[in-house]
Design a protein around this ligand. Structure first.
Ligand code: HEC
Length: 89
């Protein structure tokens, strides 16, 4: 019986750590990770200046099937807006 207590604690800690590491991603970052590494290396937000992203994403409209909401959170993440929110004030 005593043997199971530390094991159970370990499982709880591991589960919490897993939640923290995935929960920290914004919706936009999650989209980039899942959709943008198929044809080339996954692009980082720092790859281009913020103003350059809209044109790149426009060119990708026919390449990557995403909803308008997904495009906007993805664009917000890539052009550096915090929390995947809209970049316009
Ligand atoms: C279906 C294949 C495909 C997918 C999926 C894809 N790309 Fe691309 N990407 C390309 C091709 C082809 C090019 C080179 C031509 C161009 O720049 O439009 C490119 C180029 C780029 C460039 C370089 C542009 C430049 O001017 O330096 C960036 C940045 C980029 N992609 C971002 C993304 C992002 C963000 C996503 C996810 C939404 C994505 N890509 C998903 C095919 C893809």
């Amino acid at each position: 019986m005593r043997f199971w207590v530390p094991l159970a604690l370990l499982a709880v800690v591991a589960l919490a750590a897993a939640c923290v590491s995935t929960g920290a991603l914004t919706p936009g970052e999650r989209l980039v990770r899942s959709k943008c590494g198929a044809c080339h290396l996954r692009p980082e937000p720092t790859r281009l200046p913020p103003a350059a992203w809209p044109a790149v994403l426009d060119r990708h409209a026919g390449r990557v099937p995403l909803s308008p909401e997904e495009w906007s959170s993805l664009g917000a993440f890539l052009s550096g807006a915090p929390g995947g929110a809209s970049a316009t004030p």
